[in-house]
Design a protein around this ligand. Structure first.
Ligand SMILES: N[C@@H](CCC(=O)N[C@@H](CS(=O)(=O)O)C(=O)NCC(=O)O)C(=O)O
Length: 221
Protein backbone atom coordinates (compact mmCIF):
# COMPACT_ATOMS: atom_id res chain seq x y z
CA UNK A 1 0.00 0.00 0.00
CA UNK A 2 3.06 2.24 0.28
CA UNK A 3 1.77 3.70 3.53
CA UNK A 4 4.15 3.72 6.52
CA UNK A 5 3.54 0.79 8.90
CA UNK A 6 3.99 1.50 12.62
CA UNK A 7 4.93 -1.39 14.91
CA UNK A 8 4.20 -0.67 18.56
CA UNK A 9 1.88 -1.45 21.45
CA UNK A 10 -1.67 -0.18 21.65
CA UNK A 11 -0.54 2.73 23.86
CA UNK A 12 0.91 6.22 23.44
CA UNK A 13 4.39 5.43 24.79
CA UNK A 14 7.25 6.30 22.48
CA UNK A 15 5.18 6.05 19.30
CA UNK A 16 2.54 8.73 19.97
CA UNK A 17 4.70 11.65 18.79
CA UNK A 18 5.35 9.77 15.54
CA UNK A 19 1.59 9.26 15.08
CA UNK A 20 1.07 13.03 15.69
CA UNK A 21 3.80 14.07 13.26
CA UNK A 22 2.63 11.79 10.45
CA UNK A 23 -0.99 12.87 11.01
CA UNK A 24 -0.05 16.58 11.01
CA UNK A 25 1.94 16.04 7.80
CA UNK A 26 -1.17 14.52 6.24
CA UNK A 27 0.49 11.12 5.86
CA UNK A 28 -1.86 8.15 6.23
CA UNK A 29 -0.27 5.26 8.09
CA UNK A 30 -1.09 1.71 9.12
CA UNK A 31 -0.44 0.17 12.53
CA UNK A 32 0.59 -3.36 13.43
CA UNK A 33 -0.31 -3.36 17.11
CA UNK A 34 1.82 -5.60 19.31
CA UNK A 35 -0.73 -7.21 21.62
CA UNK A 36 1.29 -9.92 23.37
CA UNK A 37 4.84 -11.07 24.02
CA UNK A 38 4.62 -13.51 21.10
CA UNK A 39 3.95 -10.62 18.71
CA UNK A 40 7.07 -8.88 19.96
CA UNK A 41 9.15 -12.08 19.93
CA UNK A 42 8.17 -12.69 16.30
CA UNK A 43 9.41 -9.23 15.27
CA UNK A 44 12.63 -9.91 17.12
CA UNK A 45 13.09 -13.44 15.75
CA UNK A 46 12.39 -12.24 12.20
CA UNK A 47 15.33 -9.87 12.68
CA UNK A 48 13.25 -6.75 12.04
CA UNK A 49 14.32 -4.81 15.15
CA UNK A 50 17.88 -3.49 15.05
CA UNK A 51 18.09 -3.26 18.86
CA UNK A 52 15.34 -5.79 19.63
CA UNK A 53 13.20 -2.79 20.54
CA UNK A 54 10.15 -0.92 19.25
CA UNK A 55 9.00 1.64 17.96
CA UNK A 56 9.78 0.37 14.49
CA UNK A 57 8.40 2.13 11.42
CA UNK A 58 8.49 0.57 7.95
CA UNK A 59 8.71 3.53 5.60
CA UNK A 60 10.40 4.32 2.26
CA UNK A 61 11.84 0.80 2.09
CA UNK A 62 13.46 1.06 5.50
CA UNK A 63 12.80 -0.50 8.90
CA UNK A 64 13.37 2.54 11.08
CA UNK A 65 13.98 2.31 14.82
CA UNK A 66 14.80 4.88 17.57
CA UNK A 67 11.86 7.22 18.00
CA UNK A 68 13.80 10.50 17.78
CA UNK A 69 15.58 9.40 14.60
CA UNK A 70 12.23 8.49 13.07
CA UNK A 71 10.70 11.84 14.12
CA UNK A 72 13.60 13.73 12.54
CA UNK A 73 13.37 11.76 9.30
CA UNK A 74 9.65 12.55 9.02
CA UNK A 75 10.18 16.22 10.00
CA UNK A 76 12.87 16.59 7.32
CA UNK A 77 10.87 14.79 4.65
CA UNK A 78 7.72 16.90 5.22
CA UNK A 79 9.42 20.26 5.75
CA UNK A 80 8.61 20.43 9.44
CA UNK A 81 12.20 20.93 10.53
CA UNK A 82 13.01 24.62 9.86
CA UNK A 83 14.78 26.27 6.94
CA UNK A 84 18.38 26.10 8.18
CA UNK A 85 20.69 24.73 10.88
CA UNK A 86 19.83 27.48 13.35
CA UNK A 87 16.09 26.87 13.08
CA UNK A 88 16.68 23.12 13.34
CA UNK A 89 18.75 23.71 16.49
CA UNK A 90 15.90 25.70 18.05
CA UNK A 91 13.37 23.02 17.07
CA UNK A 92 15.59 20.35 18.64
CA UNK A 93 16.19 22.41 21.80
CA UNK A 94 12.46 22.89 22.27
CA UNK A 95 11.46 19.31 21.52
CA UNK A 96 14.15 17.93 23.85
CA UNK A 97 12.77 20.23 26.55
CA UNK A 98 9.29 18.92 25.88
CA UNK A 99 10.64 15.38 26.23
CA UNK A 100 12.05 16.24 29.67
CA UNK A 101 8.57 17.26 30.85
CA UNK A 102 6.80 14.45 28.96
CA UNK A 103 9.00 11.82 30.64
CA UNK A 104 7.94 13.01 34.11
CA UNK A 105 4.47 11.63 33.34
CA UNK A 106 5.90 8.15 32.97
CA UNK A 107 7.83 8.59 36.23
CA UNK A 108 4.48 9.05 38.00
CA UNK A 109 3.20 5.78 36.59
CA UNK A 110 6.43 3.93 37.36
CA UNK A 111 6.71 5.40 40.88
CA UNK A 112 5.90 3.13 43.84
CA UNK A 113 2.71 4.17 45.71
CA UNK A 114 4.55 6.05 48.44
CA UNK A 115 6.37 8.19 45.84
CA UNK A 116 3.39 9.00 43.59
CA UNK A 117 2.44 12.28 45.27
CA UNK A 118 6.00 13.58 45.08
CA UNK A 119 6.17 12.60 41.39
CA UNK A 120 2.90 14.45 40.73
CA UNK A 121 4.06 17.60 42.52
CA UNK A 122 7.26 17.48 40.51
CA UNK A 123 5.25 17.56 37.27
CA UNK A 124 3.16 20.49 38.53
CA UNK A 125 6.28 22.40 39.52
CA UNK A 126 8.29 21.69 36.37
CA UNK A 127 5.31 22.42 34.11
CA UNK A 128 4.33 25.69 35.82
CA UNK A 129 7.73 27.05 36.75
CA UNK A 130 10.17 25.69 34.20
CA UNK A 131 8.92 24.27 30.90
CA UNK A 132 5.62 25.99 30.07
CA UNK A 133 7.00 29.45 30.96
CA UNK A 134 9.94 28.81 28.62
CA UNK A 135 7.69 28.04 25.65
CA UNK A 136 5.32 30.92 26.47
CA UNK A 137 8.34 33.23 26.50
CA UNK A 138 9.45 32.05 23.05
CA UNK A 139 6.04 32.89 21.59
CA UNK A 140 5.96 36.21 23.43
CA UNK A 141 9.47 37.12 22.24
CA UNK A 142 8.57 37.10 18.54
CA UNK A 143 4.79 37.44 18.60
CA UNK A 144 4.42 34.82 15.85
CA UNK A 145 1.91 31.99 15.75
CA UNK A 146 4.49 29.21 15.71
CA UNK A 147 7.60 28.53 17.77
CA UNK A 148 10.22 28.72 14.99
CA UNK A 149 10.47 30.54 11.66
CA UNK A 150 6.84 31.74 11.71
CA UNK A 151 5.92 28.34 10.27
CA UNK A 152 4.50 25.06 11.57
CA UNK A 153 7.25 22.65 12.58
CA UNK A 154 7.86 19.45 14.55
CA UNK A 155 8.18 21.69 17.64
CA UNK A 156 4.61 23.04 17.42
CA UNK A 157 3.10 19.64 16.75
CA UNK A 158 4.88 17.93 19.66
CA UNK A 159 4.17 20.87 21.96
CA UNK A 160 0.47 20.57 21.14
CA UNK A 161 0.62 16.84 21.92
CA UNK A 162 2.30 17.69 25.24
CA UNK A 163 -0.26 20.39 26.08
CA UNK A 164 -3.05 17.83 25.73
CA UNK A 165 -1.17 15.56 28.12
CA UNK A 166 -0.69 18.42 30.61
CA UNK A 167 -4.37 19.40 30.31
CA UNK A 168 -5.46 15.81 30.91
CA UNK A 169 -3.25 15.66 33.98
CA UNK A 170 -4.33 19.01 35.47
CA UNK A 171 -6.01 21.62 33.25
CA UNK A 172 -5.28 24.39 35.76
CA UNK A 173 -1.59 24.15 34.81
CA UNK A 174 -2.33 25.86 31.46
CA UNK A 175 -4.33 28.70 33.06
CA UNK A 176 -1.66 31.41 32.93
CA UNK A 177 -0.20 30.47 29.54
CA UNK A 178 -2.46 32.26 27.08
CA UNK A 179 -0.06 32.06 24.13
CA UNK A 180 0.37 28.32 24.64
CA UNK A 181 -3.40 27.89 24.78
CA UNK A 182 -3.68 29.85 21.52
CA UNK A 183 -0.99 27.67 19.89
CA UNK A 184 -2.78 24.51 21.04
CA UNK A 185 -6.04 25.77 19.50
CA UNK A 186 -4.30 26.92 16.30
CA UNK A 187 -2.56 23.60 15.70
CA UNK A 188 -5.66 21.61 16.74
CA UNK A 189 -7.68 23.43 14.08
CA UNK A 190 -5.32 22.54 11.24
CA UNK A 191 -7.42 20.16 9.12
CA UNK A 192 -5.02 17.20 9.38
CA UNK A 193 -4.68 17.58 13.16
CA UNK A 194 -8.41 18.22 13.60
CA UNK A 195 -9.06 14.88 11.93
CA UNK A 196 -6.50 13.12 14.14
CA UNK A 197 -8.21 14.57 17.23
CA UNK A 198 -11.60 13.13 16.25
CA UNK A 199 -12.80 10.04 18.13
CA UNK A 200 -11.94 6.82 16.28
CA UNK A 201 -8.63 8.13 14.94
CA UNK A 202 -5.32 6.30 15.47
CA UNK A 203 -4.55 8.50 18.48
CA UNK A 204 -4.06 6.39 21.62
CA UNK A 205 -5.60 7.01 25.06
CA UNK A 206 -3.67 8.82 27.79
CA UNK A 207 -1.52 6.50 29.92
CA UNK A 208 -3.13 5.24 33.15
CA UNK A 209 -1.89 3.07 35.98
CA UNK A 210 -4.26 0.31 34.84
CA UNK A 211 -2.85 0.36 31.33
CA UNK A 212 0.67 0.10 32.74
CA UNK A 213 -0.27 -2.85 34.95
CA UNK A 214 -1.90 -4.54 31.94
CA UNK A 215 1.29 -4.02 29.87
CA UNK A 216 3.43 -5.40 32.69
CA UNK A 217 1.28 -8.53 32.77
CA UNK A 218 1.47 -9.09 29.02
CA UNK A 219 5.12 -8.29 28.37
CA UNK A 220 8.35 -9.43 29.96
CA UNK A 221 10.47 -6.28 30.02
N1 LIG B 1 15.57 4.76 22.53
C1 LIG B 1 14.56 3.87 22.04
C2 LIG B 1 13.94 3.11 23.21
C3 LIG B 1 13.01 2.02 22.76
C4 LIG B 1 12.55 1.10 23.87
O1 LIG B 1 13.12 1.10 24.99
N2 LIG B 1 11.51 0.33 23.58
C5 LIG B 1 10.98 -0.66 24.53
C6 LIG B 1 9.47 -0.48 24.64
S1 LIG B 1 8.97 1.06 25.28
O2 LIG B 1 9.92 1.44 26.35
O3 LIG B 1 9.00 2.04 24.18
O4 LIG B 1 7.62 0.87 25.78
C7 LIG B 1 11.21 -2.04 23.99
O5 LIG B 1 11.12 -2.28 22.79
N3 LIG B 1 11.42 -3.00 24.91
C8 LIG B 1 11.47 -4.37 24.47
C9 LIG B 1 12.69 -5.07 24.98
O6 LIG B 1 13.57 -4.34 25.51
O7 LIG B 1 12.73 -6.29 24.83
C10 LIG B 1 13.49 4.68 21.27
O8 LIG B 1 13.38 5.88 21.55
O9 LIG B 1 12.83 4.14 20.38
Amino acid sequence: SGKPVLHYFNVQGRMESIRWLLAAAGVEFEEKLIMCQEDLDKLKNDGLLMFQQVPMVEMDGMKMVQSRAILNYIATKYNLYGKDTKERLLIDMYTEGMTDLYELFFKVILAPPEEKDAAKSLIKDRAKNRFLPAFEKVLKSHGQGYLVGNKLSKADILLTELLYMVEEFDASLLANFTLLQALKTRVSNLPNVKKFLQPGSQRKPFPTQEMFEEMRKRFKF
